[in-house]
Write a protein that binds this ligand. Structure first.
Ligand SMILES: CSC[C@H]1O[C@@H](n2cnc3c(O)ncnc32)[C@H](O)[C@@H]1O
Ligand SMILES: [Zn+2]
Length: 433
């Protein structure tokens, strides 16, 4: 066995207690072996965590990672106008090489800000799979399906692509890659297509991930045309099963919250995107109180505009209180739980906790920065004060991806330069089109 020992730090335990402990990791199996100060084992590799906090790597449960190329390209608009006037025309010009460049930039940002796993809905999945494999992260990926602007043949091709990449790449990258069938939303994929394709995914044991109840512009037409709430419709289509996870869930009423809880589908809260697009405030505390699994996601960098999950935790805590009109709602421990175990459960990976048997997806947070002094309560700091740039080391599947802020699996300068070039050329093509 080949081992990694993370030494001399404090450790955030699953119950949110912080203790002095080392963490021993099996580098071959990629799992946590032991947590404690008295571990009796020499390790093949060590990581110094003195003055730091060892905690689970953050899990970004809803993202479009290659959208880093469109960061700052179109801001200050609501969802529909933003997608239709700016984002979709630009995406029509995307090549596989663009997506690779954007995904690498996004993953570089994730590794540097402490995210070790993410769920991604986009295009060119084989290219993304390759990039995730090289970066060393864990991901659940899928091809996003939109049928509304396509003829029947085009719609079927899109659906087949999504189902076939889900079957083909599950378990890739030494098991760090998993997949899902990803229809974009209940309004952008027609009922006849959803009914059949979701049943097919279920037969194959493939989870389903989609955007749901993000804006009132999306909810109202469904209620008007069908006479039922969107999640009742989704339930009828078999889309609320336990492995499935829904992005946003902003405009959900009590009956829909109950449906999520009883069916076991998870909600992924995306507070920054919801605020920036003025989509609304998700009833996060109500969903949690009802027993819904709630994870946390950034959405794409074009609507956020970063992929820093520390920012996202702070945003979730802040807007959660406003939404509930209650300062005790969505408390610090709740958002830390949401960004770790909640997200991991939502996307179906055994990460998000520092305990023996879990995936060794870990980060070490430096506690030395002025904005982290004094340290009355480290869980409070994680939710309200820490930043991605405080992350000292990042480990995924037992492999060190960043040591002392040096990313080992990517050439940072090259990745940034390539992304700048691809972004510039993409925007030029979009403006010429
Ligand atoms: C078909 S691949 C995914 C698709 O989703 C778009 N997208 C990005 N952010 C959002 C959002 O907040 N709501 C809905 N759709 C979004 C992305 O640009 C891709 O086209
Ligand atoms: Zn999204």
């Amino acid at each position: 066995m080949s081992t990694l020992r993370i030494t001399d730090g404090q450790v955030l335990l699953p119950d949110m207690r912080v203790v002095d402990a080392d963490v021993l990791v099996d580098r071959e199996e990629g799992g946590i072996l032991d947590v404690g100060r008295d571990i009796d084992a020499d390790a093949d590799e060590t990581l110094d965590a003195s003055g730091g906090l060892v905690m689970p790597g953050l899990v970004n449960a809803h993202c479009h990672v290659a959208m880093t190329l469109l960061r700052g390209y179109a801001d200050d608009k609501p969802l529909d106008a933003w997608l239709q006037e700016d984002i979709w025309p630009a995406e029509a010009e995307l090549t596989a090489e663009d997506i690779r460049a954007g995904a690498e930039l996004g993953m570089l940002e994730m590794i540097k800000s402490g995210t070790t796993a993410f769920a991604d809905m986009y295009f060119e999945v084989p290219t993304l799979v390759d990039a995730v494999d090289e970066a060393g992260l864990r991901a659940r990926v899928g091809h996003g399906v939109v049928t509304v602007v396509k003829d029947d043949e085009g719609a079927q091709v899109d659906i087949d692509e999504s189902l076939s990449v889900a079957r083909e790449y599950d378990g890739a990258a030494d098991g760090r890659l998993s997949t899902a069938y990803m229809p974009h939303s209940l309004t952008t994929v027609g009922e006849e297509y959803l009914r059949e394709s979701v049943a097919e995914a279920r037969e194959d044991g493939v989870p389903v991930h989609f955007h749901a109840n993000e804006t009132t512009d999306e909810v109202d037409p469904i209620v008007d045309e069908r006479g039922e709430r969107p999640l009742e419709y989704a339930d009828d289509l078999g889309m609320l099963r336990p492995q499935n996870f829904l992005a946003h869930c902003v405009h959900v009423d009590e009956s829909e919250i109950d449906l999520l809880a009883t069916r076991g589908a998870a909600a992924v809260h995306c507070p920054a995107s919801n605020m920036k697009l003025a989509s609304g405030m998700a009833p996060v505390q109500r969903m949690l109180d009802a027993g819904v699994t709630v994870g946390l996601g950034t959405d794409g960098a074009a609507s956020n505009n970063d992929l820093d999950m520390f920012d996202e935790m702070r945003d979730a805590a802040m807007i959660g209180k406003l939404a509930a009109d209650d300062a005790s709602a969505v408390a610090a421990g709740t958002v830390v739980e949401m960004a770790t175990r909640g997200s991991a459960n939502a996307i179906g990976v055994r990460s998000g906790v520092v305990e023996p048997g879990a995936n060794a997806d870990l980060i070490v947070l430096d506690l030395d920065a002025p904005h982290l002094a004094p340290a009355h309560d480290l869980v409070s700091h994680l939710a309200y004060a820490a930043r991605g740039s405080d992350v000292r080391h990042t480990v995924c599947d037992g492999q060190v991806l960043m040591r002392d802020r040096e990313v080992l699996t990517m050439d940072e300068a090259e990745v940034k330069e390539r992304a700048r070039t691809h972004a510039r050329d993409l925007v030029a093509r979009a403006e010429d089109a």
